[in-house]
Design a protein around this ligand. Structure first.
Ligand SMILES: *Cc1c(COP(=O)(O)O)cnc(C)c1O
Length: 413
C-alpha cells in the first residue's frame, strides 16, 4: 500500500461522519465531486416527496396548508439551516432562488440607508450576483453599482456613498474564504451594510453570522444542503434590522395576516416578511427532509473533515500528477480554503473533465481552464478522494483526454 492509500484508509476509519453516507443514494461506480453544484439525493427526500404528493397533495389537498404544515414550511426549514450559519431560530426564511433573495436583501439594504447610492460588489463574483445588482441599479433611480477587483481589500473601496457591500464568503472558482468578521467590522465602521452570499459555504464551511454581526445573508439549497435540483434558497437578516427593513417583493405570503385579504401590505413579524408568494411546497419539502440529516452533525467535525479532504486531494494530485501542466488555483493555507479545490490546466481542461466523467469521477469545468472538485464532507470518503486523484493522474499522463469524443459540449458545464 502506498503512503497515500494508508492515509486515506486511516482517515476513513476515524471519520466521525462515516455513518451519514448510507443516508444518500450513491449511483453505482460514481465518485461524485460535484456536491457543491448539486448535492447527492438523501434517500429520505425521495420518500418525503412521495408522501407529500400521494398523501398531503392527493388526499389532503387544500387542508394540507394547515394540517401538513405547508404554510409554516419556509420558517421550519429555515430553523434547520440556522445552526449551520451561526443564526438563531426564527431568523432564516426559505423560498425562491438565491438570485431572487439577493434582490430582496440588496433592496432592503439600500432602503436602510436611503441617503447612500452605491452598491459595492466584487467584479469576479458568481455572475448571477452581479446580474441581479445590475438589474436593481437599472430599476432604482440614482443607484450606482461599483466593482472592486480580485485581490483588493473590499473595505478600501467603501466611501460615504456606499450603502451595501455584496460578496461571496467562499469564492466559487478558487474556494478562497473571506474573513467575515473582519470585513463586516470594517464595513460597519464606514456605515455600510454587508450582504454575504453563502452558496459555497453552507453545509461545508464554518460560518458565524451573528458572531460577525453581519447584516444580510443568502444561500443555496441544492449544493451542500442536498435539497435537490432547483431547491429553494434561504435568506437571513440580522434581528437588529428586521423590524425596520422592507423587502420589495412584498407578496401576500409575507404579510402579517394573508388571509385577512386587506388592501394594504403589513409585513409579517421577523424573517417571515422575506417570504414573497406561495411556497414551492414539493421542493421545499424535499429540502426540509434533506436538512433533517444535519440535526445531529458535529459541525466542528464537519468543517475539519472538509479541510482534511481538500488538503488530502491537493497533496495527492500534486504527488501523482508531478510534472504535468497542472497548477493549484485554490489557497494552500487550509484556513483560507472552502470545501472545493480548483486546478488550472494549460490546455484541455474541458476534455480532461469529460474524460474523468467517463471514468466515473464527476467534477466540473469552469471556463477558461479550471477543473473544480467539490468535497461534501457529509458523505464522501478519503478513499474516493484518492481514487479521483489517481484517475486524473492517469488521464493526464496517457493523454487519454486528447480525443474528439471528449470535445462535445452540452448546455451546462
Ligand atoms: C450557486 C450560486 C448561486 C445560485 O443562484 P440561483 O439563483 O440558485 O441560480 C448564486 N450565487 C452563488 C455565489 C452561487 O454559487
Amino acid at each position: 500500500m502506498s503512503d497515500l492509500s494508508k492515509t486515506a484508509a486511516a482517515m476513513d476509519a476515524r471519520d466521525p461522519l462515516a455513518a451519514k453516507r448510507d443516508l444518500f443514494h450513491l449511483p453505482e461506480g460514481l465518485i461524485y465531486l460535484d456536491g457543491n453544484s448539486l448535492g447527492l439525493m438523501p434517500k429520505a427526500a425521495a420518500d418525503r416527496i412521495a408522501s407529500v404528493t400521494r398523501g398531503e397533495w392527493a388526499e389532503g389537498l387544500i387542508r394540507s396548508w394547515s394540517k401538513a404544515g405547508w404554510f409554516t414550511l419556509p420558517m421550519t426549514a429555515g430553523d434547520r439551516i440556522a445552526p449551520l450559519i451561526g443564526a438563531a431560530t426564527g431568523q432564516v426564511s426559505v423560498g425562491d432562488s438565491t438570485s431572487v433573495n439577493i434582490f430582496k436583501c440588496l433592496a432592503a439594504a439600500l432602503q436602510l440607508r436611503p441617503e447612500r447610492k452605491v452598491i459595492l460588489a466584487e467584479g469576479d463574483n458568481f455572475p448571477t450576483d452581479s446580474y441581479i445588482a445590475q438589474g436593481l441599479a437599472a430599476l432604482v433611480p440614482d443607484i450606482e453599482l461599483r466593482y472592486f477587483e480580485k485581490g483588493d481589500n473590499p473595505a478600501a473601496h467603501i466611501d460615504d456613498d456606499t450603502a451595501v457591500l455584496l460578496l461571496s464568503h467562499v469564492d466559487y472558482r478558487s474556494a478562497r474564504v473571506r474573513d467575515m468578521a473582519a470585513i463586516t467590522a470594517d464595513a460597519h465602521e464606514k456605515g455600510t451594510a454587508v450582504l454575504w452570499d453563502l452558496s459555497h459555504t453552507t453545509g461545508a464551511v464554518a460560518c458565524d453570522l451573528l458572531g460577525a454581526d453581519a447584516d444580510f445573508a443568502v444561500g443555496c439549497g441544492y449544493k451542500y444542503l442536498n435539497g435537490g435540483p432547483g431547491a429553494p434558497a434561504f435568506a437571513w437578516v440580522n434581528p437588529r434590522h428586521v423590524s425596520a427593513m422592507r423587502q420589495p417583493l412584498s407578496g401576500w405570503m409575507g404579510h402579517a395576516a394573508p388571509f385577512d385579504f386587506t388592501r394594504g401590505y403589513t409585513p409579517a413579524e421577523g424573517a417571515r416578511k422575506l417570504v414573497c408568494g406561495t411556497p414551492q411546497v414539493i421542493s421545499l419539502s424535499a429540502l426540509d427532509e434533506a436538512l433533517k440529516l444535519w440535526a445531529d452533525v458535529d459541525l466542528a467535525a464537519l468543517w475539519a473533515k472538509s479541510r482534511a479532504m481538500t488538503g488530502f486531494f491537493i497533496e495527492a494530485v500534486e504527488e501523482l500528477c508531478a510534472g504535468q501542466p497542472i497548477t493549484l488555483a485554490s489557497p494552500r493555507e487550509e484556513t483560507q480554503r472552502g470545501s472545493h479545490v480548483s486546478f488550472d490546466l494549460e490546455m484541455g481542461g474541458f476534455e480532461v473533465m469529460q474524460a474523468l466523467a467517463a471514468s466515473g469521477v464527476i467534477g466540473d469545468f469552469r471556463a477558461p481552464s479550471t477543473l473544480r472538485f467539490g468535497f461534501a464532507p457529509l458523505y464522501l470518503s478519503f478513499v474516493e478522494v484518492l481514487k479521483a486523484a489517481e484517475y486524473l493522474s492517469a488521464i493526464l499522463s496517457t493523454r487519454e483526454w486528447d480525443d474528439d469524443r471528449f470535445r462535445i459540449r452540452g448546455a451546462v458545464t
